[in-house]
Design a protein around this ligand. Structure first.
Ligand SMILES: *[C@@H]1O[C@H](CO)[C@@H](O)[C@H](O)[C@H]1NC(C)=O
Ligand SMILES: *[C@@H]1O[C@H](CO)[C@@H](O)[C@H](O)[C@H]1NC(C)=O
Ligand SMILES: *[C@@H]1O[C@H](CO)[C@@H](O)[C@H](O)[C@H]1NC(C)=O
Ligand SMILES: *[C@@H]1O[C@H](CO)[C@@H](O)[C@H](O)[C@H]1NC(C)=O
Ligand SMILES: *[C@@H]1O[C@H](CO)[C@@H](O)[C@H](O)[C@H]1NC(C)=O
Ligand SMILES: *[C@@H]1O[C@H](CO)[C@@H](O)[C@H](O)[C@H]1NC(C)=O
Length: 702
């Protein structure tokens, strides 16, 4: 494969017209003149440094970082994880970057003992294997056995029912078949839209005593079938003992018995199972025949859904303990605007070796650090401050990033330009992006400059378009990586990018260096592509004189959201408040874009212009904060963003406006009048949030 390179605009290579030549000479004169007065910040330099950044790509360095990072497991709060902290920290230090480490104390959760046995009516007892293939002794490998963090300890014994993905709809189907899971243990197939925590929460509500989960994997991509998916079942994000504030060393901490803490954990035990162990249970089930769709989807030998004579004993014993976690930072101070922050973050802690999750991202971050340090040696200093962030304890519930955001809320609110997240950088083929809409254009522009790792000549952008018809940027309503506190709590414009959509060894002991080179990225060119996109996004946000944030895209996206929302509603509620506020945002966005254009045309003149530019940039930065609401989403008040955030009903098709989505779900349980009023109120709240964003973008008092 070839080097990562800049795809040059064709117009530069075609024969120049006399007008072009004239303009070119004029620009040269202007640049020549102004570099005397205001060096070294000019677009030519910025372009040059982007070129150097792209041409300094190396698949060798990224590969060697990943090899080191994955040389042993490094679960958050455990001793081996300290070596990984040290590795990242010394890498930053050795590059000469300003480096610091910030510890927090948080309640983490580890397993002590787990067993699942089947008791047949003829007296036979079968202990199900809970280990992954080839592993007889986890502790000798430094690996944590498969478990669900924050599951309560206890024994559940009962008959078994297969509940498909464990959604409300699935339980309704069972209800129609006359199957009631109350007093039973349910077995669930992972892979629907529900999070692990939501699956357990629903099962508990239905009266189940315990939950077993398995994933079907994908044998063709090396899942071996025997991997077992670890994961957290905690509700919400951040340290459960310091909800809403930072878990600093000597800070306030709730008691473990506090109801606010207990509410964060499920009330029934749960465990993950391998596909093979799950088969032993599913094969034994009699009872009503499972619906065809439930049987079609996989490799399983399911016929009945249960319950049957067979009794299952699920026993889990774990400990929750206060552990020290560490975030590591490298800071590259901005020259002109040191008090404006561009944050680039990835978590470092892993359930096992973490080759994909998350250290493909960590290796990429370390390579960006190497290349930024190289630019600095060549005379580059960013205009704004860049902070490279390596988070801890993301796997337990975004704890490292959440505590840090809570600690720095005011400074982030006033000074953070954007947060660029990468979690599993490389999972397989194909580029994917999620972002807040004002960053769409920048993502398109940057992906036009980076070579596609899987073709000879195409850019990532070209390939992205041919794959999907259009380049599709998704939104950030999910609560599944470290962007959640930045966007959903602090209102910082955010991006999350990755290669490949999912991978069969997710959270298993098989997520190691060998799996990466055998199944996801043999020569590390997808890693290189990720570093190109991520690093260029950072350079633009840190160096572009006018921030590359376009709120017209936001207004358009909101318009589309509004149209989609209308398909969920009848005429009894009015969407006019939304229509009006979106128009306001649109006109503010147009004005801001015009101002930006004017300012860019008259760059590098005097200080007054620099101040004007700064004032416009502040409006562009702060507009996103307008979508925050102090009261937050009802019932989940920590989530302050009214456009993007989690819905209480995770199966809702409405994946934006979480407050409205919730009101629609709840209205089913209310009188028609109360339901309509609740929905209308949430519509007004969103409309006011959009108005606040528009006002911030206009930057004037009314
Ligand atoms: C009891 O039943 C199970 C499941 O049908 C079967 O595998 C086992 O061999 C039986 N044991 C005896 C002693 O019959
Ligand atoms: C597993 O390995 C640990 C550490 O090497 C050792 O102390 C322990 O005895 C082993 N357990 C078993 C069951 O072999
Ligand atoms: C299931 O059984 C429990 C206990 O017998 C009962 O309380 C509950 O109402 C039943 N659920 C349904 C949906 O019938
Ligand atoms: C369930 O299994 C656990 C662990 O093996 C055991 O201690 C417990 O007695 C069993 N419970 C029942 C009711 O058999
Ligand atoms: C880097 O890429 C080259 C060309 O594809 C390949 O031969 C080499 O093995 C790669 N290096 C690593 C460490 O993967
Ligand atoms: C919104 O509606 C359009 C058109 O019906 C549909 O294609 C799209 O998937 C919907 N998007 C969401 C997020 O619901």
């Amino acid at each position: 494969m070839s080097q990562n390179l800049t795809k040059s605009n064709n117009s530069f290579t075609s024969k120049p017209s006399p007008l072009c030549t004239f303009l070119f000479l004029t620009i040269l004169c202007i640049l020549g003149f102004y570099t005397v007065h205001y060096p070294p910040r000019n677009p030519k330099n910025a372009l040059l440094f982007q070129q150097i950044f792209l041409s300094s790509a190396s698949n060798y360095t990224i590969s060697s970082y990943l090899r080191s990072l994955t040389s042993h497991p490094h679960l958050a709060g455990t001793k081996p994880s300290f070596e990984t902290i040290h590795y990242v920290k010394s890498h930053f230090e050795n590059l000469g970057l300003e480096t610091h480490t910030l510890p927090f104390k948080a309640l983490l959760s580890y397993p002590i003992h787990a067993s699942v046995s089947m008791h047949f009516y003829n007296g036979t007892v079968l202990d199900l294997p809970l280990n992954e293939m080839g592993i007889s002794n986890y502790s000798s490998l430094g690996l944590v056995q498969p478990y669900h963090a924050y599951s309560p300890s206890g024994t559940a014994q009962g008959k078994v029912v297969f509940v498909n993905y464990g959604s409300e709809d699935d339980y309704s189907v069972l209800g129609v078949m006359g199957v009631n899971v109350s007093g039973c243990i349910v077995i669930v197939k992972k892979g629907g839209s529900l999070s692990r925590g939501a699956i357990v929460e629903i099962a508990e509500k239905k009266g189940a005593l315990g939950v077993l989960m398995y994933a079907e994997g994908d044998v063709s991509r090396g899942s071996f079938g025997f991997g077992v998916e670890r994961g957290t079942v905690m509700k919400g994000v951040g340290d459960p003992l310091s909800p809403g504030w930072a878990g600093v060393e000597d800070g306030e901490r709730l008691e473990l018995e506090d109801n606010k803490v207990l509410d964060r954990f499920p009330g029934i035990p749960s465990l993950p199972l391998s596909f093979e162990s799950a088969q032993l249970i599913l094969e034994s089930l009699r009872g009503p025949l499972a619906p065809q769709e439930w049987r079609n989807s996989g490799r399983s030998k399911l016929s009945g859904v249960g319950p049957d004579q067979v009794l299952l004993n699920l026993t889990y014993q774990g400990e929750k303990k206060l552990a020290t976690i560490h975030n590591v930072f490298a800071v590259i101070r901005g020259l002109e605007e040191p008090d404006r922050y561009v944050l680039m973050g990835n978590h470092r802690d892993a359930w096992t070796y973490g080759a994909v999750d998350p250290n493909s991202g960590t290796a990429t971050l370390l390579d960006i650090a190497r290349r930024y340090a190289l630019l600095m040696r060549k005379g580059w200093n960013p205009r704004r401050t860049i902070i490279l962030c390596s988070w801890d304890a993301e796997e337990f519930g975004m704890i490292g990033s959440t505590e840090w955001v809570e600690l720095n809320l005011v400074n982030l609110g006033a000074k953070a330009v954007a947060y660029l997240n990468v979690d599993c950088a490389v999972q397989g083929p194909g580029f994917f992006a999620r972002a807040t809409p004002q960053l769409d254009n920048l993502i398109f522009e940057v992906t036009k400059k980076v070579k596609d790792p899987d073709s000879e000549v195409a850019t990532i952008y070209d390939k992205w378009i041919t794959m999907n018809g259009i380049s599709n940027i998704e939104r950030l309503s999910g609560v599944d990586s470290d962007f959640a506190p930045f966007l959903q709590h602090a209102g910082v414009p955010s991006v999350d990018i990755y290669y490949g959509r999912d991978f069969p060894v997710y959270h298993t002991a098989n997520d190691d260096f060998n799996w990466m080179i055998n199944h996801a990225d043999p020569f590390f060119w997808r890693h290189v592509a990720m570093a190109g996109v991520w690093g260029l996004l950072g350079l633009h946000l840190a160096d572009d004189p006018v921030l590359p944030l376009n709120y017209l895209s936001y207004a358009e996206q909101l318009q589309e959201h509004k149209n989609n929302l209308s398909s969920f509603l009848d005429d009894s509620v009015s969407l006019t408040p939304l229509v009006t506020s979106i128009k306001e945002l649109q006109s503010a966005a147009k004005r801001a874009n015009d101002e930006a254009k004017t300012l860019m045309e008259q760059e590098f003149t005097d200080d007054r212009l620099a101040l004007k530019m700064r004032a416009l940039n502040d409006r562009l930065m702060l507009a996103e904060r307008g979508f925050l609401d102090m009261d937050g989403i009802k019932g989940r008040e920590w989530f302050k963003h009214l456009i993007y955030g989690p819905c209480s009903n995770q199966e809702s098709n409405l994946v934006f406006f979480p407050g409205i989505s919730d009101a629609i779900s709840e209205s089913m349980r209310m009188s028609q009048r109360d339901g309509q009023a609740a929905i209308q109120h949430e519509i007004w709240r969103v409309a006011r949030a959009i108005q606040r964003a528009a006002a911030a973008l206009k930057g004037e008092l009314t």
